[in-house]
Write a protein that binds this ligand. Structure first.
Ligand SMILES: C[S@@+](CC[C@H](N)C(=O)[O-])C[C@H]1O[C@@H](n2cnc3c(N)ncnc32)[C@H](O)[C@@H]1O
Length: 434
């Protein structure tokens, strides 16, 4: 059998193997966690760079300011500014005054400009540092550095209105299943602000208007849904699912001589979960009862094309590699790249996994049947009704006796009677009832 997963999966998944959103019929797109941010970013995400650049430039202003004696000498509100260098200080204050004005316009306290921490993540720290350094008193004396009308409008443009928030929350739930809840305005503001520049839209309300017309603004719609997902993940997350796979599930499948063995990582984020599964299968290849890695198909799906790009690229930086991966596994399953801070997944592991975009709210009929489904840390974002529908759909695409593995804080209790609970000590798996 070919090692090319596209060949291995193509036949079983139907001719195109393309999965589409149920509701838009187009691709719906996926976000970022601290971890995902730290991972090497493939080309698709470069559109965000402008935003990052502008934030970086504000920080470079910060460096200038912090380096200044006028700043460092007044930390804690006690001014120690040297008084014996008036000429230098006048010039110095003038220069710093401009810089301070610029910073203050962007970081004014809520009382002055109604900024919230989510308006400028990171910059708030600067505001706090600035206030500690005594800029408040500088601002009070200098009308030039009070916020302008433009500043106030800028803040308003980054703030979702109440009515729009309610419409948007419903839209996101309809499209992705994610329930935002009543008071997550700050989340919407912080996650969508970065898209204003990218799509050249002046307000969040307008961005949302466009996002809710996916037939007209497909890219915006996709990016907005992508921005509202959470992509936190790590290698061998929670350990116990991988112990259950290694000690219980794979030996059972080997004894039943099932071929091929098919494992689905539903909502795979940036790939750590399906690649961890592939590593376990490889590690067990010499065990007494083992599944042949060449006869094991692993499929990773996610709503987010951006995350799927990362999965396929399979390059991870040191920060991502440090999360859950032992030195031994790193040495065995990763290869160095030209960048000393980045490693790529070895082809032996990479070729065991195929990735496809798929919305869990849609149909799974093109995927075929599986022996194991990992669906971890995504059901928590959905309503009970949606969880129940998804659990029911999973049961239809599991082989008899197949296993479902949920996140450590997720359960099927009150949601499905199609599975029996198996205690794995540690952890729990769910087996499809006969
Ligand atoms: C928190 S991550 C979990 C990743 C991995 N399963 C783990 O446990 O580490 C949740 C993932 O679910 C994806 N997601 C959210 N809604 C989805 C949906 N309706 N269909 C498919 N994937 C979705 C997000 O894009 C994100 O990558």
């Amino acid at each position: 059998m070919s090692d090319n997963p596209q060949n291995r999966f193509g036949a079983e998944n139907g001719a195109s193997g393309v999965m589409q959103s149920r509701t838009t019929g187009t691709s719906l797109f996926g976000r970022r966690s601290a971890n995902a941010e730290a991972q090497t970013v493939p080309a698709r995400t470069t559109a965000n760079n402008t935003t990052r650049g502008s934030v970086a430039s504000l920080f470079s202003k910060r460096s200038n300011l912090v380096a200044s004696p006028a700043v460092t000498s007044s930390v804690g509100g006690v001014s120690n500014t040297p008084r014996d260098t008036p000429v230098r200080n006048a010039d110095h204050h003038k220069r710093n005054g401009n810089a301070i004005a610029s910073v203050m316009r962007k970081t004014a306290t809520p009382a002055r400009a109604q900024f919230t921490p989510s308006d400028y993540p990171g910059i708030t720290k600067l505001a706090i540092a600035s206030q500690r350094a005594g800029y408040d008193s500088v601002a009070a004396r200098n009308p030039d550095i009070l916020p302008t009308t433009q500043d106030r409008l800028a803040v308003q443009s980054r703030t979702v209105s109440d009515a729009q928030y309610r419409r948007f929350a419903q839209y996101i739930e309809d499209q992705s299943g994610i329930v935002l809840g009543d008071n997550k305005h700050y989340l919407v503001n912080s996650r969508l602000s970065a898209l204003l520049l990218r799509f050249k839209v002046s307000t969040i309300d307008e961005l949302i208007n466009r996002a809710m017309q996916p037939n007209v603004y497909k890219d915006i719609s996709s990016a907005v849904i992508d921005a509202m997902t959470t992509n936190e993940t790590l290698w061998f997350r929670d350990t116990y699912p991988y112990l259950a796979l290694k000690n219980m599930i794979l030996p059972e499948l080997a004894r039943s001589a099932r071929m091929p063995v098919r494992i689905w990582s539903a909502a795979c984020s940036s790939g750590q979960e399906p690649y961890s599964i592939a590593m376990i299968v490889q590690e067990q290849a010499t065990a007494l009862n083992h599944v042949n890695p060449d006869q094991c198909q692993i499929i990773g799906t996610d709503i987010s094309p951006e995350m799927l790009d990362r999965c396929r690229f399979a390059h991870y930086d040191n920060h991502a590699l440090a999360r859950g991966l032992s030195a031994e596994r790193k040495a065995r399953f990763f290869k160095p790249t030209k960048d000393p801070n980045v490693m790529r997944v070895d082809d032996k592991i990479k070729n065991m996994v195929a990735f496809k975009q798929m919305n869990l709210l849609g149909s799974y009929s093109l995927l075929g049947r599986f022996d194991v489904i990992f669906c971890r840390n995504v059901l928590i974002y959905f309503s009970n009704e949606v969880k129940s529908q998804i659990l029911s759909k999973f049961s239809l695409c599991l082989n008899p006796g197949g296993y479902l593995i949920l996140g450590s804080s997720e359960s099927i209790q009150g949601l499905s009677d199609k599975y029996e609970m198996i205690r794995c000590n540690p952890g729990i798996a769910y087996r499809l009832k006969n």
